[in-house]
Write a protein that binds this ligand. Structure first.
Ligand code: C2E
Ligand code: CA
Ligand code: CA
Ligand code: CA
Length: 277
């Protein structure tokens, strides 16, 4: 009957799982980190590929453990979901990102601040109200809020659609994140009110070495344009990749070639160094 046991830890023949107690330890530590305000938001610049001008940034959450080791958001965001903290955490991230972006220089024209919206929140009926409150507190005319929604959370299209429409009525823009990595469904383009599509870095990173990644990228760009969406390429690491993307009409790039994610003050400083419109 062993094949029916869902988790390794239930296997009585195995040693007690160290991994699981480490997991609990990390969850407890993370909960304390939230209470003590030890999380930070960093900002990764996005650049208009043709002109080289700044477009804005994506807000990315950071957690350094007390021993100094950073934990990846790919690890702690799922923890936040598991321990029921993802909603307050996202509200905090939203307010922090809007507040810190409100300090960005005004002489670049309109700049966008993109925030990752977890699937669970994308279908919460009070999301538009939470966003409206944050915008009332921290919104600035030169700052445009963009919410990044991963493909996975679009599965529940009917519940999500109304909420997205309400958000757009507030002037918020919608970006489809990690496109191509999940269960890409062309029906999104018919039913989801989106403004932008992000090509995942797994394709961009292999653009130069893998013909299929290049083909997929080019098709995604064409598809997005057909439906009137801007395209952001994530994970642009070298100028050759930049050239290929630019030649295929991709509008916006984000990646180590331009900048790593930066603490708030460094992001504002980066903007001050960039060419004006
Ligand atoms: P994502 O939304 O796909 O974010 C892009 C990830 O690519 C970020 O990883 C970023 O640091 C990384 N990246 C950017 N440029 C490059 C590059 O040129 N090369 C490479 N190799 N990587 C690059 P990060 O910050 O570790 O975040 C990982 C994921 O965690 C994000 O993936 C997102 O799904 C999630 N995440 C991060 N911050 C938040 C947050 O505030 N809220 C939520 N819900 N999720 C978040
Ligand atoms: Ca994202
Ligand atoms: Ca993502
Ligand atoms: Ca991605």
């Amino acid at each position: 009957r062993r094949e029916h046991m869902p988790y390794k830890v239930l296997d009585m023949h195995a040693a007690p799982s160290l991994e699981l107690s480490e997991q609990w330890q990390l969850e407890m530590e993370f909960e304390h980190a939230i209470e003590r305000g030890e999380l930070r938001m960093h900002y990764q610049p996005q650049v208009h590929l043709r002109s080289g001008r700044p477009i804005g940034a994506e807000a990315l959450m950071r957690w350094n453990r007390r021993d100094g080791d950073p934990v990846s958001p790919e690890v702690f965001i799922p923890i936040a979901e598991r321990i029921g903290k993802i909603k307050p955490l996202t509200i905090w991230a939203l307010n922090t990102a809007l507040r810190q972006a409100s300090e960005w220089p005004k002489d670049h024209g309109s700049l966008s601040i993109s925030l990752n919206l977890p699937s669970e929140l994308a279908i919460q009926p009070d999301l538009p109200e939470l966003v409206q409150n944050a915008l009332q507190l921290w919104g600035k005319p030169h700052i445009q809020l963009m919410l990044e929604i991963s493909e996975h959370s679009l599965m529940d299209r009917h519940r999500g659609r109304d909420i997205l429409m309400q958000l757009r009525a507030l002037g918020v823009r919608i970006s489809i994140d990690d496109f191509g990595t999940g269960y890409s469904c062309l029906a999104y383009f018919k039913s989801i009110p989106a403004d932008e599509l992000k090509i995942d870095k797994s394709f961009i990173g292999e653009l130069l070495s893998d013909a299929a990644s290049l083909d997929i990228t080019v098709l995604i760009i064409e598809l997005a344009h057909r439906f009137g969406l801007n395209v952001v390429a994530e994970g642009v690491e070298n100028t050759r990749t930049l050239q290929v993307l630019r030649n295929h009409g991709c509008e916006i790039g984000q990646g180590y070639l331009f900048s790593r994610p930066l603490p708030a003050a460094a992001m504002a400083a980066w903007l001050r160094e960039q060419p004006r419109r």
